[in-house]
Write a protein that binds this ligand. Sequence first.
Ligand code: CDP
Length: 219
Amino acid sequence: MIIVIDGPAGSGKSSTAKSIANRLSLHYLDSGALYRAVTCLWINAGKPEKEQFFNMLTEVHLQVEYINDLFHVKANGEDLTNQIRSQEISSHVSEIASLPEVRGYVNALMKKIIANGIYIADGRDLGTAVFPDAFLKFYMDASLEERAMRRFRELENSGQNVSFKDVKQNLNDRDLKDKSRVSDPLKKAPDAILIDTTGKTFEEQISEITQIIKENIKL
Ligand code: CDP
């Protein structure tokens, strides 16, 4: 069974999904981390032609594990967890994620992962394209200014040297690419519950979603 949270970059999906997973003892799946890992593989391979990269991808065994608030991704045994959050990956990920072959690869992997257990997952197209029958669907959003400020603080706290202007530009560019791509664009599923987090505290957004989940599922 799966509960999904979709929404644009920096809307708070992954921190929310992790916190709810911890509180309700659910498994957590970070679909963006899988697209980031695939992008990392493409960059580490020297940005090969796409056809060549798709062939490479068929030989890659991606493994995921959620431990102590960190979603780990390994490719053929190599841990990519720390590499996948860099600005370089952020600036290429939407381009790589727009390729139907990459989406097919990641979607098949996600379906396999969630086959056993109750999962909460965050992404862009989970409620619309990947898990249209998800038990509960949320769509989180917030103003661009607020999302950029949150992401800027996150990156600063993790020791990355970035400017607010660049972070805001990257979120805006990714949103545009994610919403306008042909293959499974970012959009709210008609049956998703909209959670606008502009001006809300983290605790407020978590309690709102947790309450809806508890009303709907006997865990
Ligand atoms: O955490 P953040 O909002 O920065 O992004 P992410 O969840 O790590 O996802 C990174 C990128 O992967 C997004 O900007 C999308 O281009 C892509 N993605 C996607 O296409 N479909 C998903 N289900 C999840 C992510």
